[in-house]
Design a binder for this molecule. Structure first.
Ligand code: URA
Length: 264
């Protein structure tokens, strides 16, 4: 039967969906994710109901909080990893972050171990989730061009990771509890990779490593994170949306280059 929809029409409709950000078919029935998020927030905000005690009755002990603290479990797992490979395995085996269930791959690192520069991004996007490597989409291509401008590249002089190793659904911002849970792994990752310098890309990474946001104010000034010099920079994804800001990014790259020379 002729539906009246030709190939070109269907292709244009698909492109329009992609433009809107619907880049995956994950179910036939629509899901109202705003309602889900609101319900999750309400559940988190709800204080545990106090037990009803009848007058004269023996007091009922308060219920123990459910399960062990995932941040503590992450700290123990991270502490036990004596090498980058062991850390990767510990993260593969960590079952307490919900993001893992929606992700295709763990995105652990790219670049060379032992590099003097370690870049910390935010979280994997679609391409990174598919390939299991950080910064391989459009933002990653811009990152490669930025690094090349000061003679760096991931094949020989840079090591790259993210605050979160799993893609958040619909590329939403990572939640504070997710950042806190994965922070021990990030700290251990930095200690094991042992770079001279950190480059902190974007607000989420500043939040995780410096404990504050405000990239427009923070960028371009050396800070300290995990005991080493750290340069906050605009995230390449932001630079794709705001090309006028590339001027500041260029100044920050030159600052990074100068610091590497100064450290010898
Ligand atoms: N943005 C990030 O912060 N990290 C990636 O790996 C890809 C995009």
């Amino acid at each position: 039967m002729d539906s009246g929809i030709d190939w070109h029409w269907a292709r244009a409709a698909l492109d329009w969906q992609l433009e809107l950000g619907a880049d995956e078919a994950i179910g036939e029935a629509p899901v109202d994710r705003f309602a889900l998020e609101a319900a999750e927030q309400a559940a988190r905000a709800q204080p545990a109901a106090a037990p009803q005690v009848e007058r004269g009755a023996a007091p009922v002990p308060m219920a123990e909080p459910a399960g062990p603290d995932p941040v503590q479990l992450a700290q123990e797992a991270a502490r036990g990893a004596g090498s980058l490979e062991a850390l990767r395995a510990a993260m593969e085996g960590f079952e307490h972050c919900e993001l893992k269930r929606g992700a295709r791959n763990l995105v652990f690192c790219d670049g060379v171990e032992g590099a003097r520069v370690m870049i910390v991004g935010e979280a994997p996007g679609r391409e990174e989730d598919l390939q299991g490597k950080p910064f391989v989409g459009r933002a990653g291509q811009l990152l490669d061009r930025m690094l090349a401008a000061i003679g760096l590249d991931r094949a020989s002089s840079v090591y790259i990771t993210n605050v979160l190793p799993w893609r958040p659904p619909q590329n939403r911002d990572p939640r504070p509890d997710e950042i806190a849970m994965m922070k021990p792994f990030l700290a251990r990752h930095i200690a094991l990779a042992d770079p001279d310098l950190l480059v902190i890309m974007g607000n989420i990474s500043c939040d995780a490593l410096l404990g504050k946001r405000g990239i427009t104010r923070l960028r371009g000034t050396w800070a300290e994170a995990e005991g080493r010099p750290a340069m906050p920079m605009f995230h390449p994804a932001y630079l794709l949306r705001q090309p006028a800001m590339k001027r500041q990014a260029w100044a920050d790259l030159l600052e990074l280059q100068a610091k590497l020379k100064a450290l010898g």
